[in-house]
Each structure stands twice: as structure tokens, then as C-alpha cells.
Ligand binder design. Sequence first.
Ligand code: NAP
Length: 475
Amino acid sequence: MLDGKHYINGEWLSSGDGVIEVKNPATGELFGTVPNGGKDEATRAVEAAAAAFPEWSRKTVYERSALLMKWHDLLLEQKEEIGRILTMEMGKPLSEAIGEVEYSASFVHWFAEEAKRMYGRTIPASKEGKRIQVNKQPVGVVASITPWNFPAAMIARKIAPALATGCTFVAKPAKLTPLTAVKMVELAEQAGFPKGVINLVTGSASAIGEVFTTHPDIRKLTFTGSTEIGKELMKQSSERMLNLSLELGGHAPIIVLEDADLDLAVAGTMASKFRNAGQTCVCGNRIYVQESILDEFTEKLAQAAGKLKVGNGLDEGVEIGPLVDQGGYEKVDQHVRDAVDKGAKIVVGGEGKAENGSYFYNPTVLSGASSDMLVMNEETFGPVAPVMPFKTDEEAVKLANDTRFGLAAYFFTESMSRGTYLAENLEYGIVGWNDGAPSTAQAPFGGMKESGIGREGGQEGLEAFLETKYISIQV
Ligand code: NAP
């Protein structure tokens, strides 16, 4: 059992209205608790971050980066332990969980380096005696709200650039997976960040969210989660014109053209679709395959999906862990039933097992999918791959863009000209061309349309935590 606490102004606290129980989704067993905090804890954390801001932002970027690098080293040293916590509260296979810790550490490393290049600029003036300077400054106190599907990476992707630029930080992790965040903050404390620079509160999402969107000391809210809650937070923060970054839901298309390297396309689809049991915002949700290769592709995909080992993520060789909770399981099953009712065929999988608080769903491939099915219109967030045929490249682009979401899209082709047409016409923030796993610390990650506002990672991810100040000087 792990008993997590809030971390506020350098102290570990357990105040709040009782505790939140954290259960292992592979067994249904209690794994730990965190305090059920609310307005008071969130307010204290924001005030601590505001008090710490002047000194932290005045430090040189070299001092801040050195602390980030210590934190990075500790995250890697303890990646197995953090990975075990992550698997036990979230369910993903241990190797994937350790991979997520490494991925998280890569953001800390990259932003610790990149912040040294927060250049302003000098612009030639049009009048004699004028000097035009543009400076970059940290936005101030940043609040973050993150989801359960990447309990380590979603926080790291926000906290690393924020701290590197000189912002101070208050984090609220998801109630299903707060213990990974608690462990990461313990290591940040060990790395030596001054008190108040990093704060963590657990508890009521609506009460904490209200403080984050209304407290006058908060200058930025960075949120990753569903489009529905993202819209709610945008409304709540409109009164204060809060600087917002929103990383929201996806509904990624995968397009396989007839000239694709089929084995590469199957491997890329497997990586995109079945990682984290399909519970990622960028995972392929619907697969469009050109008619002439439909049967061959579907058969190869079903063969690969059928070989995946399902089970407790701590067990050797497991590739598909449990779905995170009952709601997740029911949604996946509803999408499969709806597709079958509307004429889809189950090629492999098609059922799961929900018992004693654990929710496993077998990797599923559906053929004969059509645009009227739920699975082709909504984020399934589970290991279900519906395959639908198309005739022309223009039709594939039209089908892919026919959604309110625009986070990630993938396609497979060996043709430069067809690939260029697809890459330029897909309305998505991230495009994987013969690549099922494009996410990396150096590149901008984020969506168009209702998939969000802003980018994380890359130079854009640093810029998100900076204000631009123009200084006009008459000499
Ligand atoms: P969610 O229900 O929106 O929850 C995300 C976070 O928001 C959690 O910390 C949750 O807290 C909090 N929250 C819920 N209601 C709130 C409220 N009224 N006020 C303030 N905060 C509130 O999403 P989820 O089901 O955890 O995560 C899955 C979604 O995240 C999917 O749509 C996925 O596509 C998206 N996602 C997007 C990205 C991206 O980068 N674009 C990455 C990963 C996931 P509690 O957990 O305490 O309720």
C-alpha cells in the first residue's frame, strides 16, 4: 500500500475530506490512497507557487537547468520503481510503463537544454534614435491538470518547460493515477528544487479546477484530457483571459495505400493502435485500406493482433493490460456491439472479461466497418481496430478529415507524390508517414480543431510558457 500526500510549499500534507482510494485495474485490489483535497489545498499550493516565483524566475537558466538535469538522472535511476507504481495504478505492461518514464525523462532533459536558447531579438527601427527589443519572460504561476493514461509523461511534458523558463508549478494528477506523480515529485524534492517551485494537490477535480481557473495568481492553465472537460475549463477561465494550453481528445485515422510496404503498415498500425491497450489520444481509431489490398492487410493485422498476450501488466511477456475502469470497458464493448449490429464482422477478439474490479478486453479487428458506426465516429479508447475500404486518395482524405477532431493521423505509402498529397491535406496537428509512433520530446505535439489549442514538446512547447515583451527605447 502506498499513501500519497499533497506536496505544498515543500511539505508533505494529508489534509482534505478523507482519502481517494487507488485500485489496481488488473486485480481490483486496493493499491494506495491519496488525500481528497479541495479548494483549501489548491489555494495554499497556488499561494506557495506565487511566493516562490520571484526568486525562481530570477535564477539563471543554467541554475534551473542543472536542477532539472538532477531530476532527470533520478527519474532514470528509479525508472523500474516508478514503472511498477505506474503499472499497478494504471495497468499498462511494465515494459511500456518503464518506457513512459524514459520518455518523461527525455522531456526534462530536452527542455533543460533548450531553455538556454530562449532568445529575444533586436529589430531595426524605422526612426533614428529608436531601439526595438523583444524579450522573453516566464508567464508566472502555472497550474496543470492531467489524465490517467500517461500518468508520468503528461506531467513531465508540462512541468519541464514551465520550470526551465522560470515559471512555478501546481499539479493536479488524475484521481485514478495520482501515485506516479507523487513519486516523481518526491524525486524532484530530492533533486533540490526550492520550496514552492513545485506543488502537487490531489482530490476533487471540480474544486481544484475552480481555484486553478479563478485564482488571481494563476497565469496559465495547461490541461490534458477530454475535449468535454477542456471546453468546460475554457469557459471557466474566460473571465480572467487565462493563458491556456489544451491537449484534448483524438480520433486518429490510419490510411493504407495500395503501394504501401504491407509489413511496415501492419507493424505501424499495431504500434499506433494497441499501445497502452488502445488508450492513447493519438492511437489509430479507424483504419482505411485501399480496396485492392483490403483482404491481405486485414488478415495480417488480425494475425498480429491475435498473438498479443493479454494479462496483468506485471507478468512477463504481457502486451495488453486491463482497461482502466468499468466505464472504459463498457464504452469499448458498446462500440464493438454497435459495429456488429450495423454489419461489421469480428475477425479476431470481440469480447472481454470484466470481473472483480478488473476489465480486460481482447485485441479486436473488425472488417466491413462503415461510416455510420460509433467506432468510426468517436474515440474508442480501447484495443479495437475497425477496417473500412476506400477507392481513391481524395476519398481517403475526405473520410479522414470528416471529424471534429484533429490530433494525429497516419498513412502508409511508398509514393513520394501520393504521400505529399496526404501529408498536406490531412487536417491534423501530427502526421505519421510510414510511422506509427511519431511522439518525441523535440517535436511539437498537439491538435487542430476540437483536439485542442497549443503544442507541447519542441520549441513550441517552451514558447507556451513564455510571454513576449516588446521594449521600445528612444536613445
Ligand atoms: P478527463 O475526464 O477529461 O480527465 C482529465 C483530467 O481532468 C483529470 O485530472 C480529471 O480529474 C480532470 N477533471 C475532470 N473533471 C474536471 C473538472 N470539472 N474540472 C477540472 N478538472 C477536471 O479525461 P480522461 O478520461 O482522464 O483522459 C482521457 C482523455 O484525455 C481522452 O480524451 C484522451 O484523448 C485525452 N488525452 C489527450 C492527450 C493529448 O495530448 N492531446 C494526451 C492524453 C490523453 P479526475 O481524474 O480527478 O476526475
